[in-house]
Design a protein around this ligand. Structure first.
Ligand code: HEC
Length: 147
């Protein structure tokens, strides 16, 4: 019994170490893609949080998530490092052809999220579809491939 227990512990340890070893080394370009996709997933999450806050009439929460979105928008450009248009990315080459314009689109999201975060903003006017089309979709149209 004891012997079997040791064997299974040993095999579990071998399995765990082989899982770690099998994990291929991430290149800087792959890390950049994971980073920026994480940023965008976070933005998507924040869109949901804004909708939820509007539905429950929670102005403080709405403002907080709008501020978060405003800050997160500043994290977009750094994820698009050189030569990182690799498999798994849905970015268009245009990002690297006109980085100044791309950064401006991120700034536009920053401005629009800032408007939502303003004290005098009436969240009853928040239309997520319209916001998404302009602040997010405006950039996707030129800089993101369809999935
Ligand atoms: C400045 C341009 C820009 C703005 C603004 C922008 N996006 Fe994107 N988004 C992109 C690009 C480019 C990609 C593709 C990234 C890649 O795969 O390398 C992307 C990808 C995504 C993805 C897929 C991420 C994944 O896991 O593959 C989601 C979700 C997303 N964006 C949501 C949003 C939302 C929500 C907003 C607005 C709140 C937004 N984006 C604003 C450019 C933008």
């Amino acid at each position: 019994m004891k012997y079997i227990k040791h064997i299974s512990l040993l095999s579990a340890a071998i399995l765990a170490s082989s899982v770690v070893l099998a994990q291929p080394q991430e290149t800087p370009e792959e890390a950049a893609v994971h980073y920026r996709q994480g940023v965008f997933q976070t933005l998507k999450w924040k869109m949901g949080q804004l909708v939820g806050a509007k539905m429950t009439g929670d102005k403080a929460s709405f403002q907080k998530h709008a501020q978060d979105m405003q800050f997160i928008s500043t994290l977009i450009p750094e994820g698009f490092i050189a030569d990182s248009l690799i498999e798994g990315s849905h970015a268009k080459p245009a990002v690297w052809e006109d980085p100044a314009d791309f950064a401006q689109r991120a700034q536009r999201l920053n401005d629009m999220a800032g408007e939502l975060a303003a004290d005098d903003y009436d969240m009853a006017n928040f239309d997520p579809r319209n916001f998404g089309r302009t602040a997010c979709g405006g950039c996707h149209k030129d800089y993101k491939e369809r999935d």
